[in-house]
Design a protein around this ligand. Structure first.
Ligand code: ZN
Length: 708
């Protein structure tokens, strides 16, 4: 009998991947092979399309989108499972194989995304077939054209050369920027040796500092081998967890000042100075925008977002700013008073290095909330039950666990769940990988797509499958995973993304679920779900002591609720300061400006900060979100999406959270609009279909306690 050749697990290209069968060795063998195949497919497709265009044959949707999707999906499926495993089952072999193949993947993706022939075909369909397309197809087509245009595919001759050169240079500059931030962060540390220098720091924090000192070979001689107790020395660095812990707990005001000044002046002097890089980035971005026909980089960024224009963003930010400013002033005065009472000195004037410390003190005295002690009230099984019940109430769905033997998994702690309609018709599946695994799992929490809803080649319906990945406390002994309230919120957040992925009713994969949803609207369902964590009915159904079954005491619930808005004037203002600075740098600043980017930031600080930036404060030099990440002229998205999610939740509040009929009715509507339509309609239309009007900042102002 002839032996049939089996397709390697990595190249199956459809269905749920067989995770255990995919090895780092496979990656190095099969990814190059896959890319060879895809390159051939792409070349053939381009030849075929070009021939049709040359012969003046007008293209149909299927002529173009079907083959493009086929190529894209084969790559997404195989590379998607590798990226997934790289995040959840990392090993040095896997990491090595991943980094080895990644540049080739990027190369292919950009070749694909910048294909002139494909672009011409898109334009051909736009010109000749637009009347044959439905609304969803038009949105997919327009988004594709815009994205290709903005990557420069429509440029010719000299302009194209300049554009490509600029792009290359911008990539280098962003890389240099982030390396400088990283190096200057790592270069600085302070060694504490005296007990007086560690006053106020909790044991957990001190243990980490001591560990850091021990791991630093420069300080090896300072430790005697016999010493087991934590008697130092302690090394404090500028990495976020260390920095924040130190500012929050250290009683040494002069050391707080020292670390604060080091933090805010990172990458602003000497060899690692980012100032020139910032100016070059801003100038080049403006040039790029001009070449593409935009007035500035902010206009380019906003062209593919929900926000219509700069004015609309500024209006929203100003509404929040004016509400937050008054409250932030009061919050600062309250902290100032707290400090004066405690240090028995009327002369203390709070400086930026004091605010975290006094904020924590004030919080303790106001709420006395011990987050750790609440964990026994949040066992994972109970939390899941509550979350599923909520979704069943709101969205008319049923969620049940799939038996372990019935699906492939990458780790024993992973579970799979099935989502069904009330009539038992299947909608989707999701994986849940809840616990932290220090050695092999990336930190943070995320939702990713395993499979997207679509109608496949054979005309069969493919059900969406989501990955929900968290990093919460694992079970220990007899106890299940006991979650902090923050971990509960994170789970709800990721579940919100998952709901949008799973409950989509769009059959075009390009716009199903979170695909084709604008950057500034994509956090709507996730933050919306977070709001339910503090809904009394939801929380009280979850929060039961894992051993005694005792309900979370009302007083603790109240503390959780109040602590949510603690100092939210100051934190809102901080986000607005960043958002406005980002927006104005990318729209108002240019090389002929009379002022430097830093001076522009200081002007904005006039009414977006309570304590003005000190002279050492060169925050822009480490503002990686906008100079090395994807947030340029898009930092406002954080607040924008929060406005949407708060306003959406307010629809339930207005009808009454205790009014079960209304809650169900509005929940169904949320499912029919936000969760079902995904990227198939403009987000403002989707929102209006849910809310009956445009979003308003009122609810966020109220939820943040800024309406007093
Ligand atoms: Zn999110």
């Amino acid at each position: 009998m002839k032996k049939e050749k089996k397709t390697p697990a990595l190249l199956v290209g459809h269905g749920i991947p067989d995770y255990q069968e995919i090895t780092p060795k496979d990656i190095n063998i099969f990814i190059p092979k896959l890319l060879d195949d895809l390159n051939i497919d792409l070349n053939n497709l381009e030849d075929d399309l070009k021939r049709k265009l040359d012969n003046n044959i007008n293209l149909n949707w299927e002529d173009l989108f079907t083959p493009i999707h086929k190529i894209g999906e084969r790559l997404r499926w195989s590379w998607g499972v590798i990226s997934h495993l790289n995040g959840v089952c990392n090993s040095s072999d896997l990491r090595e194989a991943y980094s080895k193949q990644q540049p080739e993947i990027i190369k292919f993706t950009s070749k694909f995304g910048q294909s002139k022939v494909i672009f011409n075909c898109l334009m051909n369909i736009k010109t000749n077939r637009i009347n044959n397309l439905n609304e969803t197809q038009i949105r997919i087509l327009d988004a594709e054209i815009l994205s290709m245009k903005n990557s420069g595919v429509g440029l010719e001759g000299n302009n194209k050369d300049i554009f490509n050169k600029n792009s290359q240079r911008l990539a280098e500059l962003s890389n240099d920027f982030s390396n400088n931030v990283l190096d200057s962060t790592n270069q600085w540390s302070m060694l504490l040796t005296k007990p007086s220098e560690i006053e106020g720091l909790p044991k957990r924090v001190l243990d980490n500092f001591e560990k850091a000192a021990k791991e630093d070979k420069n300080f090896k001689d300072l430790f005697s081998n016999s010493k087991e107790d934590s008697s130092g020395p302690w090394k404090v660095g500028l990495d976020m967890p260390s920095y924040i812990s130190f500012l929050t707990y250290s009683k040494c005001r002069n050391l707080r000042e020292k670390i604060y000044k080091a933090q805010v002046s990172r990458a602003s002097v000497g060899e690692l100075n980012n100032k020139n890089i910032i100016e070059e980035i801003l100038i080049l971005r403006k040039n790029q925008a001009n070449l593409l026909g935009y007035e500035n980089w902010a206009d380019l960024s906003l062209a593919s977002k929900m926000a219509k224009d700069k004015k609309e963003v500024e209006t929203l930010l100003e509404e929040l700013r004016s509400a937050a400013f008054k409250v932030a002033k009061k919050e600062m005065i309250e902290m100032q008073e707290c400090a004066r009472n405690e240090v028995e000195s009327n002369s203390i004037n709070l400086q930026p290095w004091d605010t975290s410390f006094w904020s924590e003190k004030l919080k303790q005295s106001k709420f006395d909330l011990d987050q750790e002690s609440l964990r026994p009230y949040f066992p994972l099984p109970k939390v899941l039950e509550g979350l599923f019940n909520l979704c069943e109430r709101l969205f008319d769905i049923k969620i049940s666990k799939v038996k372990d033997a019935e699906f492939p998994k990458w780790h024993k702690d992973v579970s799979m769940f099935l989502v069904k309609n009330k009539d038992d018709s299947k909608i989707a599946y999701f994986y849940l990988d809840p616990y932290t695994r220090a050695a092999s799992k990336r930190g943070g929490a995320w939702m990713d797509d395993c499979l997207t809803r679509e109608i496949n080649d054979k005309g069969e319906k493919v059900l969406p499958v989501a990955y929900l990945i968290c990093n919460q406390t694992p079970p220990s002994g007899d106890a299940p995973s006991l979650m902090s309230f923050e971990e509960v919120s994170t789970l709800f957040h990721e579940f919100g993304h998952g709901l949008q992925h799973m409950l989509t009713e769009v059959d075009y994969p390009q716009a199903a679920g979170i695909n084709n949803v604008e950057w500034d609207a994509v956090e709507l369902p996730s933050q919306f779900m977070e709001n339910w964590c503090l809904d009394r009915k939801t929380l009280m159904s979850i929060a039961k002591h894992w051993e005694t079954g005792e309900q979370l005491p009302e007083s603790e619930y109240q503390k959780l609720k109040m602590s949510k808005t603690f100092n939210s004037g100051l934190s809102t203002l901080r986000q607005i300061h960043f958002a406005l600075t980002d927006l104005k740098l990318h729209s108002e600043w240019n090389q002929n400006s009379e002022i430097s980017p830093d001076q522009l930031r200081r002007l904005i600080a006039e009414n977006t900060t309570i304590i003005k930036p000190i002279k050492e404060d060169n925050f822009l030099c480490a503002f990686s979100h906008i100079f090395a990440g994807g947030y340029s002229a898009g930092y406002y998205s954080y607040k924008w999406a929060e406005v949407l999610s708060s306003d959406a939740f307010a629809a339930f509040e207005e009808a009454g959270l205790d009014n079960e009929d209304s809650v169900k009715k509005i929940g169904k509507l949320f499912r029919k609009t936000v969760l079902s339509l995904g990227g198939s309609r403009a987000p403002s239309d989707v929102y209006a279909a849910f809310r009956g009007r445009a979003p308003s900042t009122k609810a966020l102002i109220r939820h943040s306690g800024l309406n007093s």
